[in-house]
Design a protein around this ligand. Structure first.
Ligand code: GYE
Length: 326
């Protein structure tokens, strides 16, 4: 009996030693890095381009990507993050639906010693050590850019001293881009007392709701509306339809500025229906993959990685269109 158990114990040791050797020196080279990524959903052209960028970059960088679509629900994101922790992925990354409500699950990731990268959107947590970096745009600056473009445009049309009634289509309630874009735009506009935001409501970053809410704005205010500021291009595109159906000319009767710079916005500008888009690049995949590799190699990442972006008024749309990558 003793001999048998000794033999069993010995073979167990040999077997585990073998698996260790095979595991370390497998023919496919070093072990692949696994990233668990929780995406917001598929609410906009921006989001779709962002998902494509992440999936493509994972393939290009040889990274194993566990991709999970939260369908715009925070509870789905929390579930996905918990399952990434259970799977012991190397890195967790996500674009948070909203800024609040992340403390508990991020503490769980920290306890499991899995680094967390925030991609695109930020969170509101007291303990900043709960994530290693935030990579994406400065949404407040985007809102300011939209406001500044509008003021300059109105001045250039000789309308700088008129009363300018603005309606605003906000992004998803409580999301980082909706909060910051509103704040940036408001900060600029409040310097000019003739500008007034007369209606402001969420269109949840979608075309369908952008159209629906714009219809309600038109019903309530009609020709009183001079300007539409939409927190993303998709809502502006939905609103353009509503304006046309109402019998007004988008881009003329109502000046429209939005954010993202997706192809659909360039098409609308070329058609004369949108006046300006402020760029927000969704092409964040390669930098996410590089960051995961850097983390694995023990490098410290900068706390904030900002995307460089521009402003595209309708006058340059046709020339810029062929250069657009999303
Ligand atoms: O502007 C909008 C999308 O978080 C920057 O989310 C992103 C925003 C983008 O749905 O179109």
């Amino acid at each position: 009996m003793i001999k048998v158990s000794k033999f069993l114990a010995m073979s167990a040791i040999v077997a585990s030693a073998l698996t260790m050797i095979v595991g370390c020196q497998s023919k496919s080279g070093p072990k692949k890095i696994t990233i668990g990524f929780s995406q917001v959903g598929a609410e906009s052209e921006w989001r779709t381009a962002n998902t494509v960028s992440i999936k493509q970059a994972a393939t290009d960088f040889g990274i194993n990507l566990q991709f999970s679509d939260a369908m715009n629900r925070q509870e789905n994101q929390i579930k996905a993050i918990r399952s990434f922790i259970a799977q012991k992925v190397d890195v967790i990354a996500f674009s948070p639906t909203t800024t609040s409500g992340w403390e508990t699950v991020l503490q769980e990731a920290q306890r499991a010693k899995i680094p967390v990268i925030l991609l695109d959107r930020g969170v509101d947590v007291k303990d900043e050590s709960l994530y290693v970096t935030l990579m994406g745009s400065d949404f407040k600056v985007e809102g300011e850019r939209a406001g500044n473009w509008l003021v300059e445009y109105m001045n250039s049309k000789g309308r700088g001293n008129e009363t300018i009634n603005v309606v605003e289509l906000q992004g998803t309630v409580g999301s980082d881009p909706a909060i910051q874009r509103k704040a940036g735009f408001d900060e600029v506009i409040k310097k000019y007392p003739n500008y007034k935001v007369i209606r402001s409501q969420t269109g949840d970053f979608t075309r369908a709701l952008g159209k629906e809410v714009m219809e309600a704005f038109l019903k309530a205010e009609g020709k009183n509306i001079h300007v539409l500021f939409a927190h993303n291009d998709d809502m502006a595109i939905g609103a353009i339809q509503a304006i046309e159906e109402y019998g007004l000319k988008p881009g003329q009767d109502i000046i429209i500025v939005s954010i993202d710079g997706v192809k659909g916005a360039f098409e609308a500008m070329i058609a004369g229906k949108l006046n300006c888009t402020v760029e927000c690049s969704p092409l964040l995949g390669p930098q996410l993959m590089q960051a995961a590799i850097d983390l694995k190699n023990g490098k410290t990442l900068p706390r904030r990685v900002l995307t460089e972006e521009g402003v595209f008024p309708a006058e340059v749309a046709a020339k810029e269109f062929p250069n657009r990558k999303y």
